[in-house]
Design a protein around this ligand. Structure first.
Ligand code: F6R
Length: 613
């Protein structure tokens, strides 16, 4: 939530910051702001998107080689011009941008009010910068020391950048539980700061990931890092392999559509170098040191939120089938506030596209504290979750920028399937033949996804029939029950149609009461071991005049006679079907949202990376 960008160097800061904010808009887009150091501090901020800020700034003097920018997802205070970042100190000599939440801001605010501070916004960030200012006055110290002391007293999450009018060639940055990356450009003469690497890679691929409780002091030709105990650390520079094209729309109207269409490649990339059916090779390089622990797990607990939680649910079925280890799937946000019973032989798998989700991070910390061994399945390389877990496997899906997760889901399910297969094989639960057949079949999945994507026009026609619905019901069984949940989530988050996902057999325990002519009911009715049961469920819906849209296996000649619309997917092994059945739901939601005039990449109230509780 919230994207932050900073630049210090010899180039013009304004275009770098504006472009960076546009790349980070997926993190929040209810207001944006910028501070430039040109003689004095100039601050511009506006409710709305980054383009509204640009328009508002018109032909303001933007000449400057030092600046910071922010795109907001509101936590404290409604989205308006005043609450937009950056925020000033009382003397207007300091400005701050902040991603995160300061939990003790109310107490700090009261203390500062007693010292004569006045606040114009409702934000915790304004309190934070006034607090730093007051510490500097009280201690008569340098700004970096005031920031350090403040950080020992604030409770919560933050990635911040502070500029001072009195020290115009300096940026001070710090982080705890919210991400911050520092790009090191041109012989270490210029520095780019951002919430993730996407605003940076155009200029440099050398980055330093700031760790929790670290403070960076950035000056021309100098990057110094220390922790909040004042202990200096040597910046560790990582070279990124990210390509610029991977973060642009590449001819598609939206990132979401591009990312849906990237799935044949992203699923393939996820298996590349790890799986070879011909040679019978299957290895996840990131899982090594703790592999024995994983193989001997008495229980596996999946942790995640939203779509990543759905991937965990799919994995529950797959692991129990192939690895024969009991699995529990926990919402990270629930797990973190439980008093969990963790056994030494438990393994946790934390699933996260961004690798920054606050609830998942907190659940990992708790599991670790209780003695659990944690494996990460993350997409963003170098992200907090990837670094906090004991070991893990990246999904290698490439940057996912559309707020609704698509290619990350299929990549997560692919990695988790490979993990389950690897464990099952090593534990002797899968025969040589079964193992080999599944590897060969996995290799065909990208081509099968490609085939489904070719049904785009047909799916668009169905979308046009569904676009005015107010509710929708998604039903599936077994491996495809979580896909029903994911289909419903995709529809509601981008088209704002209320949708529910259910195990199909549960329909008669309640949801059937909702069915009438107006209710589209979307079935995953492929030819797997629950096919006959699903056929009966479809008949029950038709008997109540519901409109049935069914995802069926190619060549099915029974369901097309019963359903209003069918979408065919190629046949595959039951365990791999979620990788195919989810694709029509992604396209359907996309088209419905576009027909309803919604912004699919930036749905209302959502943010891509949920770094607050
Ligand atoms: C839905 C969606 C969210 C995320 C959730 C977890 O389309 O994108 O539900 O799946 O916020 O995010 P990550 O995977 O980054 O931890």
């Amino acid at each position: 939530m919230c994207g932050i960008v900073g630049y210090l160097g010899e180039q013009e800061a304004f275009p770098i910051i504006i472009k960076g904010l546009k790349r980070l808009e997926y993190r929040g887009y209810d207001s944006a702001g910028i501070a430039l150091m040109n003689g004095s501090l100039s601050v511009y901020k506006k409710q709305g998107k980054v383009s509204d800020l640009e328009e508002f700034m018109g032909d303001a003097n933007v000449k400057s080689t030092v600046g910071i920018g922010h795109t907001r997802w509101a936590t404290h205070g409604e989205p308006n011009d005043t609450n937009a970042h950056p925020h000033f100190s009382a003397d207007r000599k300091l400005v701050m941008i902040h991603n995160g939440i300061i939990e003790n801001y109310a107490v700090l605010k009261q203390k500062l009010i007693l010292r004569g501070h006045e606040f114009i916004s409702d934000t915790d960030t304004e309190v934070f910068i006034h607090f730093i200012e007051q510490i500097q006055i009280d201690n008569q110290c340098e700004l970096e020391e005031a920031v350090r002391i403040a950080l020992t007293e604030v409770i919560g999450a933050y990635a911040i950048i502070v500029i001072s009018a009195e020290n115009p060639k300096q940026l001070i940055a710090a982080r705890k539980s919210s991400p911050l990356v520092i790009g090191v450009g041109r012989n270490s003469q210029e520095f780019f700061l951002a919430s993730d690497a996407t605003p940076i890679i155009e200029y440099t691929q050398d980055v330093v990931y700031l760790n929790d409780h670290e403070i960076a002091v950035i000056k021309p030709n100098s990057l110094q890092i220390k922790d909040i105990g004042n202990k200096p650390t040597t910046p560790y520079v990582t070279h990124l392999e990210m390509e610029l094209e991977s973060i642009e729309k590449g001819g598609f109207d939206s990132f979401m559509l591009k990312e849906i269409h990237e799935q044949p490649n992203s699923v393939h990339d996820c298996m590349r170098g790890r799986l070879n059916a011909e040679t019978g090779h299957l290895q996840l390089g990131g899982i090594n040191k703790y592999l024995e622990h994983l193989l001997n797990s008495q229980r596996i607990i999946m942790l995640g939120c939203g779509t990543s939680w759905h991937a965990g649910l799919v994995a529950e079925y797959i692991f129990e089938e192939l690895a024969r280890i009991p699995v529990e799937v926990e919402y990270a946000s629930e797990f973190r506030y439980r008093n969990p019973i963790v056994h030494a032989k438990d393994s946790f798998i934390a699933i996260s596209q961004s690798g920054e989700t606050a609830d998942t991070l907190a659940a990992i910390e708790l599991a670790k504290k209780e003695g659990g061994t944690i494996f990460g399945v993350c997409n963003v390389v170098g992200s907090s979750i990837a670094r906090t877990t004991h070991e893990g496997a990246y999904t290698h899906a490439g940057p996912e920028i559309g707020v609704a997760s698509t290619k990350a889901f299929t990549a997560q399910v692919t990695v988790l399937t490979m993990m389950a297969l690897m464990i099952g094989r090593k534990r002797g639960n899968i025969s040589d033949t079964q193992f080999s057949e599944l590897l060969y079949e996995l290799e065909t999945i990208p081509a099968k996804i490609e085939k489904i994507l070719q049904l785009n026009d047909h799916i668009k026609d169905i979308a046009s029939e569904m676009q005015h619905a107010e509710n929708a019901l998604y039903l599936g069984r077994g491996y495809n029950f979580p896909v029903a949940l994911e289909g419903a989530l995709k529809l509601k988050e981008i088209s704002y149609i209320h949708a529910e996902g259910y195990p199909a057999a549960e329909m008669k325990h309640g949801p059937i009461a909702l069915i009438d002519e107006a209710m589209p009911v979307l079935f995953i009715a492929i030819k797997d071991n629950s096919y006959e049961k699903i056929v009966s469920n479809i008949q029950e819906v038709k008997a109540r005049k519901g409109r049935v849209i069914a995802i069926v296996t190619e060549g099915d000649d029974l369901i097309p006679k019963m359903a209003d619309y069918v979408i065919e997917v190629p046949a595959t092994y039951d365990v791999l079907t979620p990788l195919l059945t989810v694709i029509p739901f992604q396209l359907l939601s996309y088209h419905i949202a576009i027909m309803r005039g919604c912004n699919v990449d930036q749905p209302r109230n959502l943010a891509k990376s949920v770094t607050v509780e």
